[in-house]
Design a protein around this ligand. Structure first.
Ligand SMILES: Cc1cc2nc3c(=O)[nH]c(=O)nc-3n(C[C@H](O)[C@H](O)[C@H](O)COP(=O)(O)OP(=O)(O)OC[C@H]3O[C@@H](n4cnc5c(N)ncnc54)[C@H](O)[C@@H]3O)c2cc1C
Length: 324
């Protein structure tokens, strides 16, 4: 097999393909998923629609994913009255018309404590018992300044929610550190503060390199955090949009990812297949590392999420009963 080594470098066979392949490192591949083990716990995130067409798209997405019996589905929230009403309407419709358990996102931005508390009470009265508590971002960008009579940070909101009702509370985590944090350590302290205040789970901002997330888990554990830090998975259906969004939220876009999408700009079919492969590899690698809860940023599009959940072992269940 080392015959080539004795060939002059300019010999036509010196760089022959097969010998090169035979000298490459041998990988056994991702371990197969064990069909006898239970599928991981899943949650799906939606955003509230702005138009009737988007409303139809959202509900088609919800109906498609509902049979996978996720642990919960969450609905995002924006600053400003109309977007808040859309979140409320979507969450209460999920309660009324589906077997799903909704989690309502709630933020601190541009509202007094009293206003935020009122929204939380309305959710409680509507039977919603799970809140994703966030600081939120200033609409249109710009530096965040706490409202004088508002909740300043998500940890304050978690404390406030604990006073209002017996909510299950989830918070945000940043495997690559929140862009406004003064240091990774301060950001980790903040995550611990949110969990100590009463949150029972964190969901990470999306990431593309699995190592980034696994290293973050090590740091969480070293900081004394033991609550689940659920990986947020973003199946990338539009790469250029993902690049823009990643720059804003502090998620790094590795070179290998742009290389994967390179040349697919006008080829949506190939792009979708590439996206499915990337996300499937990511979740399989996480699963192989013992992770058994996943949160999907669906962007109100079900197909990639459905396929990846299927790869993880999720199968449709009979509907009509809310998951335990
Ligand atoms: C899973 C998930 C869901 C999301 N859903 C939404 C949504 O529905 N709507 C929306 O608008 N946005 C949403 N976001 C984005 C989020 O609102 C932004 O990332 C926001 O900038 C930070 O929110 P947070 O809850 O992490 O803030 P916080 O935990 O309050 O932290 C914000 C920043 O402030 C720092 N900080 C915290 N406490 C202090 C303190 N006492 N003094 C100084 N600095 C402090 C932190 O280190 C961090 O840098 C979501 C993010 C994730 C990961």
């Amino acid at each position: 097999m080392d015959n080539d080594a004795s060939l002059p470098v300019d010999h036509p066979s010196a760089h022959a393909t097969l010998p090169k392949w035979l000298h490459a490192p041998r990988l056994s591949g991702l371990p197969p998923l064990d069909s006898s083990s239970s599928p991981p716990a899943l949650s799906f995130e939606f955003f509230p629609p702005r138009t009737e067409a988007l409303e139809n798209q959202l509900w088609a997405c919800i109906r498609r994913l509902e049979p996978l019996a996720p642990r919960f589905v969450s609905v995002t929230y924006g600053a400003g009255g109309s977007t808040q009403e859309r979140t409320h309407a979507t969450v209460t419709r999920i309660v009324a018309e589906t077997s799903l358990i909704p989690a309502a996102h709630l933020t601190c931005v541009a509202a007094s404590r009293g206003e935020v508390d009122d929204v939380a009470r309305r959710y409680y009265d509507a039977g919603v018992r799970h809140i994703v508590a966030l600081r939120g971002d200033v609409p249109g960008g710009g530096e965040y300044v706490p409202q004088p009579d508002g909740y300043a940070y998500a940890s304050d909101l978690v404390e406030g929610l604990r006073r209002i009702g017996d909510f299950e509370i989830t918070v945000a985590a940043y495997a690559e550190t929140h862009p406004a944090a003064i240091s990774p350590e301060a950001d980790l302290d903040n995550l611990k503060r949110k969990l100590d205040a009463g949150a029972t789970r964190a969901i990470t901002n999306y990431f593309f390199d699995t190592d980034v997330y696994l290293r973050f888990l090590d740091r969480c554990l070293a900081a004394g955090i033991t609550a689940p830090i659920v990986p947020g998975i973003m199946p990338v259906s539009n790469f250029s949009q993902a690049v823009k969004f990643s720059a804003m939220c502090g998620a790094s876009v590795p070179d290998w990812l742009s290389h994967m999408f390179d040349g697919t700009e006008d080829d949506p079919e190939t792009r979708r297949m590439v996206a499915a492969v990337i996300a499937a590899e990511q979740v399989r690698l996480l699963r192989a590392n013992g992770i058994d809860e996943f949160h999907f940023y669906t962007l109100n599009r079900p197909d990639l999420t459905y396929a990846i959940a299927h790869i993880l072992g999720a199968r449709p269940k009979a509907q009509g009963v809310k998951p335990a």
